[in-house]
Design a protein around this ligand. Structure first.
Ligand SMILES: [Fe+2]
Length: 403
């Protein structure tokens, strides 16, 4: 029986949580979309993916659901690829005079992020560049947004449960967040059956993103008992669900629920405990190169945790990070009862690397990233709340292992 690490070991230090949407989770819950949206308004802006929306099961004909309700579809916009500040600003400019009362987004993380930003900007008509972290003009958002309802069709970013929208500008070479508690969706409708039409490649890459978000926030130096208790259960579910979901090409219903739940929780834990080296590298890489976020996280997953485990065992063997890696081994089924710590941690590393190989996650080289690019990537990367500070050589070694 696996027990939570902090529930028996640590004192409860003071913490505060961020805002969490009303979570409506379960097979078929998307059919409640119209009735739930009406709590917030009647005139709808619908934002969906460009292609993924058309591939959804007929049961999820959202436009029909809206047309057969008292909702009024003011506009249906489609977003393709990872959204840019320019795209978001253009949508806001186009729609600012429209009487929109609720924004509904149905799609992967990119669609949800774009819609979240649009909902936060429509009341003011401001450019998102006023607010974008690190590259914007530093204006403080006043908290006024259009009520936003998120319906994820992938299991990866956890955007449905978080307060930030991530935007990329490949020309300027950045990937940054527009972040404010009021951007958190009012409601997230998480229907695991929507994962049934995903390709195995998307299940694998997006699932690795969610798994990495859970591991990074669990291992984070600012994790709390609140985030740990959420992460531990979700890591166990991702450990048991992701491989069967990929093997069954989305047809294993129990695996769909496990992975959809894990992804949703990863959005809460990352918002409340931060992330580590995988996302410290994935942000800049996503801004500099045309590589999907899930693929970056997936490709770095094994190498990053190998670097972490090695550094922790060498320089900080008695820290909570080592204990947590042991817990991850138990939660994900990599370690047997009674296994010594060193062997268990090696099994965690080997298990994650095997998973990445099995999923055939592409290497960075497949997207034109070679050895010469490493200094440029490292220059704009950071280690966020990683459980140990890696040396420049160790940090760069994660990239070198996946070129
Ligand atoms: Fe991510």
């Amino acid at each position: 029986m696996v027990r939570g690490l902090l529930s028996r070991d640590a004192a409860v230090a003071p913490f505060q949580s961020g805002r969490i949407p009303q979570l409506v989770f379960g097979a078929g819950v998307v059919e409640q979309l119209a009735e739930r949206s009406l709590q917030w308004g009647r005139r709808v802006l619908l934002i969906t993916g460009a292609h993924s929306f058309d591939q959804l099961d007929e049961r999820y004909s959202i436009v029909r659901l809206i047309e057969h309700s008292s909702l009024e579809l003011v506009e249906h916009l489609r977003v393709s690829g990872e959204p840019s500040p320019q795209q978001v600003d253009a949508i806001v400019e186009q729609l600012q005079q429209q009487p929109i009362e609720v924004v509904i987004a149905i799609g992967g993380g990119s669609v949800l992020d774009a819609a979240k930003c649009v909902a936060g900007l429509l009341p003011s008509g401001d450019s998102v560049m006023e607010y974008l972290e690190g590259v914007g003009r530093g204006k403080q958002h006043n908290g006024q947004t259009i009520p936003f309802i998120a319906v994820p069709t992938t299991a990866g970013t956890g955007s449905e449960a978080s307060m930030n929208g991530v935007l990329s500008d490949p020309t300027a070479g950045f990937k940054k967040s527009f972040r404010h508690p009021s951007l958190t969706p009012q409601i997230a409708l998480i229907d695991p059956d929507m994962l049934a039409t995903l390709s195995p490649e998307k299940i694998a890459a997006n699932g690795c993103d969610a798994l990495s978000q859970l591991l990074e926030s669990y291992l984070s130096t600012v994790a709390t008992p609140f985030t740990d208790s959420l992460a531990e259960q979700a890591i166990a579910l991702m450990g048991s669900g992701l491989l069967p979901l990929w093997e069954s090409q989305g047809q294993d219903a129990a695996a769909r629920a496990a992975v959809a739940y894990g992804s949703m929780i990863s959005g809460i834990t990352l918002a409340n405990a931060g992330l580590g080296v995988v996302h410290g590298l994935a942000g800049p890489i996503g801004g500099l190169y045309p590589i999907p976020h899930g693929v970056v996280c997936g490709t770095l997953l094994g190498a990053a945790n190998r670097a972490n485990v090695k550094a922790l065992l060498e320089r900080a063997p008695d820290t909570v990070g080592v204990k947590k890696y042991g817990m991850i081994g138990q939660l994900m089924g990599f370690c047997k009862e009674g296994m010594d710590q060193q062997s268990c941690l090696q099994r965690v590393v080997d298990g994650l690397i095997e998973r990445v190989d099995q999923f055939e996650i592409p290497r960075l080289g497949a997207y034109g990233i070679d050895e010469q690019e490493i200094p440029k990537i490292l220059h704009c990367s950071d280690q966020k709340a990683n459980p140990i500070l890696l040396t420049e050589k160790e940090f760069g070694g994660i990239l070198r292992a996946r070129i």
